[in-house]
Design a protein around this ligand. Structure first.
Ligand code: NOJ
Length: 484
C-alpha cells in the first residue's frame, strides 16, 4: 500500500469529437474528422463514425454525475473549434456552442470539479484544412485568434488551459502518413511543416495568455506532448544511438523548441534530416528551420509539461532496411526498427504494458525539459471489446501509478496532476467505437448511450477516496451496478 503524495490531483479526461456527437447541430460546421469519417468510412477500422458518439452534447449532465461518483478533482475536456467558431475564424461566435461549454463549465464548478480545457484536440475546421490546415503558416494567427476567444469567454472560470494535444499524432499521422485526418501523406515534408507551425501556434496562444490574460485571470497554460518512452534494445553503442534518436524524433521534436534552454529542433533530428535530405538530392533540409526570432518566441512557453503516456518501445538499427519505409519519410529519417521488450501483450498495439517505461519517460522530461511541473494529462488502457469486469485495466493503472510514485519519490520528478484516460468509452479515432478506454462502458447501440461503471471505475473511485495505491494487490472490486 502506498500513500499518494499530498497535492497530487486526480482527474479524468475526454475530448470533444470523441464524446460529443451533435456533429451538425445548430451552426456547427464540419471538421477534418467529420469529413474523413463521412467520405471514407473504410479509413476507420470498424467503419463507425462519431456523429453520435456518447451524445455528451445532449447528456453532459450525466457525465458530470459520473465525475461526481468518481470524486475527481478535475475534468479535462476539449472544446470543438468549429462548434464555437463556425467559420473557423474569430469573426463569429456560435451562441449554441458558447452556451454548451458555458453550462458545462458552470456545472462542473458548481460541483467542485475544476475544468481543465484543451483548446485543440484534433478537430480542425474543414475550411481551414482546405487552405492547408496545419501546413499553412497562417494557422498561427487562426489558432491564436481562436484561443483568445476562449480566454475571453471562459478564462474568468477556467484556470488551466492546454493549447494543443499531442502534436506528433496529428502532425505526423495527418500530414506525413495516411493514418489520421486529413491524411495528406506528404511524407518527409508535410509532417515537418505542420510540426513547425504547431509549435509556433502553441507559442502564440501562450503569449496571448501571458500578455493579455494572466494578470487578471491568474491561470496556467501549457502544451500536452505524447511522451511514450523510447529506448534502445541493447547496450550496443549503435542501439543506444538509435534509442536516443528515437526519443528525439518522437518527443524532442515537439518538446525541445518549447522546454529546452537552447530552443529550436533537437540537434539529432536536425542532423539526420539534413543528411538524408542531402543524400536524396534536396537542395535544403526537409526540416524547416526556425529563425532566431522564432526560437526565442517559442522557448519557455509552457507553464507545465502536459504528459500523455501509454507505452514504450525499444529501438535498433541493426535490422533496419532502407526501403522498408517510404523514402523520404519521418520513419526513414529516424531509420530504426522497434521492438517491445519485457512486455505483457496489450490488447491494442499502442497500449502494450511496460510499466517501468512511464518512470523513464518522467525522468527524461525532468532531465531534458528543465525539470518542469509535470501534468500527466492522459494515461490509460485500451481493449477491443467491452465488458464490465476489467482486471487488465486495473492492473495497468496499479502498475503505472506505482512507477509514477517511484518517479516522484526516488527520481524527484515534479508530478502535479494525474489524469486517467478515459472517463468513458468513446470514438477512438481510426479504431472507431470498438476500442474501449473507459472507466465507464458506453452502450453505443442504445439511443441514450447508457453508461455503466466498470470495475476500474470502482477501483479509481476508491483510489481517489483513500489516496492509497494498493500496488501489492491483484484482486478487483466486486462489481456493483452503477448506471448513468
Ligand atoms: C491520446 C489521445 O489524446 C486520445 O484522444 C486517445 O483517445 C488516446 N490517446 C488513446 O489512444
Amino acid at each position: 500500500m502506498r500513500k499518494l503524495p499530498q497535492g497530487l490531483k486526480l482527474g479524468v479526461a475526454t475530448a470533444s469529437f470523441q464524446i460529443e456527437g451533435a456533429w451538425n447541430t445548430a451552426d456547427k460546421t464540419p471538421h477534418i474528422w467529420d469529413t474523413m469519417c463521412h467520405d471514407h468510412p473504410e479509413y476507420i477500422k470498424d467503419k463507425t463514425n462519431a456523429d453520435d458518439a456518447c451524445k455528451s452534447f445532449e447528456f453532459y449532465e450525466r457525465d458530470i454525475e459520473m465525475l461526481k461518483f468518481l470524486g475527481v478533482e478535475f475534468y479535462r475536456f476539449s472544446i470543438s473549434w468549429p462548434r464555437i467558431l463556425p467559420t473557423g475564424y474569430a469573426n463569429k461566435i456560435s451562441e449554441t456552442g458558447y452556451q454548451y461549454y458555458n453550462n458545462l463549465i458552470n456545472k462542473l464548478l458548481a460541483n467542485n470539479i475544476e475544468p481543465v480545457v484543451t483548446i485543440y484536440h484534433w478537430d480542425l475546421p474543414q475550411n481551414l484544412q482546405d487552405l492547408g490546415g496545419w501546413a499553412n503558416p497562417l494557422i498561427v494567427d487562426w489558432f491564436g485568434d481562436y484561443a483568445k476567444v476562449l480566454y475571453k469567454l471562459f478564462g474568468d472560470r477556467v484556470k488551466s488551459w492546454i493549447t494543443i494535444n499531442e502534436p506528433k499524432q496529428f502532425g505526423v499521422f495527418g500530414y506525413g502518413m495516411e493514418r489520421f485526418a486529413p491524411r495528406i501523406n506528404a511524407a518527409g515534408i508535410g509532417e515537418y511543416l505542420a510540426t513547425k507551425n504547431i509549435v509556433l501556434a502553441h507559442a502564440r496562444a501562450w503569449h496571448i495568455y501571458d500578455e493579455e490574460f494572466r494578470n487578471t485571470q491568474k491561470g496556467e497554460c501549457g502544451i500536452t506532448i505524447a511522451t511514450d518512452f523510447r529506448g534502445a534494445v541493447s547496450d550496443s553503442p549503435e542501439d543506444i544511438e538509435a534509442g536516443l534518436d528515437a526519443i528525439e524524433f518522437e518527443v524532442g521534436l515537439h518538446s525541445h523548441p518549447i522546454f529546452s534552454s537552447k530552443g529550436g529542433f533537437p540537434d539529432r533530428v536536425v542532423r539526420r534530416v539534413a543528411a538524408k535530405s542531402a543524400e536524396q538530392g534536396f537542395p535544403r533540409s526537409r526540416l524547416p528551420e526556425f529563425t532566431a526570432e522564432e526560437i526565442e518566441y517559442a522557448k519557455g512557453t509552457s507553464d507545465f509539461y502536459g504528459f500523455n503516456h501509454y507505452s514504450t518501445r525499444y529501438y535498433t538499427r541493426s535490422t533496419y532496411t532502407p526501403g522498408s519505409q517510404p523514402i523520404p519519410s519521418y520513419a526513414d529519417d529516424l531509420g530504426a526498427d522497434f521492438n517491445y521488450l519485457d512486455y505483457e501483450p496489450g490488447l491494442l498495439p499502442h497500449v502494450t504494458v511496460i510499466p517501468p517505461g512511464i518512470r523513464k519517460a518522467l525522468k527524461w522530461v525532468k532531465d531534458n525539459c528543465n525539470n518542469p511541473p509535470i501534468f500527466i494529462t492522459e494515461n490509460g488502457f485500451g481493449t477491443i471489446g467491452g465488458g464490465l469486469r476489467d482486471p487488465e485495466r486495473i492492473s495497468y493503472y496499479r502498475k503505472y501509478l506505482d512507477n509514477i510514485l517511484d518517479a516522484i519519490e526516488e527520481d524527484g520528478c515534479n508530478v502535479v496532476k494525474y489524469t486517467a484516460w478515459s472517463l468513458m468509452d468513446n470514438f477512438e479515432w481510426d479504431s472507431g467505437l470498438s476500442a474501449k478506454f473507459g472507466l465507464f462502458q458506453v452502450d453505443f447501440d442504445d439511443e441514450n448511450k447508457k453508461r455503466t461503471a466498470r470495475t476500474s471505475a470502482l477501483w479509481y473511485k476508491n483510489l481517489i477516496a483513500t489516496r492509497t495505491l494498493d500496488s501489492n494487490k491483484t484482486s478487483i472490486p466486486e462489481l456493483e451496478e452503477h448506471v448513468f
